[in-house]
Design a protein around this ligand. Structure first.
Ligand code: DC
Length: 258
């Protein structure tokens, strides 16, 4: 089975440079097209799910195949955790974190994410930042401060966005909503193998405990908790390859267009 959990890129968002669909007009400076005047008409595929479910890999591949933009919203929360660490701000200090997030200098460049002009894509993937992201993400002020940035990434020809609240809060009008999950044991095993492949030390029991802790924090917080919304298709990937999961998402998207 292919490794559903492998991230091919650590970027927050990237423009795959794929050709826009011929039926969609390109946005220009004085573009009168209804699509650019009403961003809600620009297609969004929202993919939510728990940590290490492989949604990032699937979302990236779907974006590649469709030539759509890609938003890894988890990278934004990781960035907040990293920036706070660099500035000596505690992950529990809600007001300071919210103020810091509002003034962050974030750029996306060729698949990389830059903080204050420096490429931090690799730093964001550290296990410590996985924990930090989950902790800073409980604060409503931090979440609110990231909203406009995420909305601004909804651009033609379309966007594939992955996270915890893409379908419920950020893009509730997304054309296609997917809740992608796998059992905690499967996810822990995938992460374990991934670390071993990278030559890192790993303890399966510890990985499982960490994942379960993050699942609990992400799904029990009061603001924008992880949940499957009513109109999302459930995609259980425990016994699925990446290719099958990608096909499922694209089929769901194609069905909704009819
Ligand atoms: O997808 P990820 O593992 O990179 O996300 C890291 C953390 O960020 C996750 O544990 C919870 C938080 N997060 C969130 O609260 N909302 C999102 N849309 C994406 C991530």
């Amino acid at each position: 089975m292919s490794d559903l959990n492998r991230k091919t890129d650590s970027a927050g968002k990237r423009d795959k440079g794929g050709a826009p669909s011929p039926s969609l007009p390109l946005p220009g400076k004085d573009d009168p097209s209804p699509l650019t005047r009403h961003p809600s008409l620009i297609p969004v595929i929202a993919i939510d799910g728990p940590s290490a479910s492989g949604k990032g890999t699937v979302a990236q591949r779907v974006a590649n195949q469709l030539g759509y933009h890609y938003l890894d919203s988890g990278a934004l929360y990781r960035l907040v955790a990293l920036a706070a660490r660099q500035r000596g701000i505690s992950w529990q200090d809600a007001p300071a974190l919210a103020a810091m997030t509002r003034s962050l200098n974030i750029q996306f460049e060729n698949g990389s994410i830059l903080l204050d002009g420096l490429d931090v894509s690799e730093d964001l993937r550290a296990e410590e930042m996985s924990k930090g992201a989950s902790e800073v993400a409980v604060h409503p002020g931090v979440r609110a401060a990231l909203l406009d940035l995420q909305h601004g990434l909804r651009k033609l020809p379309g966007l594939v966005a992955d996270g915890r609240d893409m379908a419920t809060v950020v893009f509730p009008d997304a054309q296609t909503k997917i809740y992608l999950t796998a059992s905690a044991e499967t996810r822990a095993e995938r992460r374990y193998k991934q670390l071993l492949e990278k030559g890192k030390k790993a303890d399966l029991g510890e990985i499982l405990r960490d994942l379960q802790q993050r699942d609990a924090r992400d799904s029990q917080r009061s603001t924008a908790p992880l949940q499957q919304c009513k109109d999302a298709c459930l995609l259980e990937t425990s016994n699925m390859s990446i290719e099958e999961a990608v096909r499922f998402v694209i089929d769901a998207f194609e069905r909704q267009k009819k």
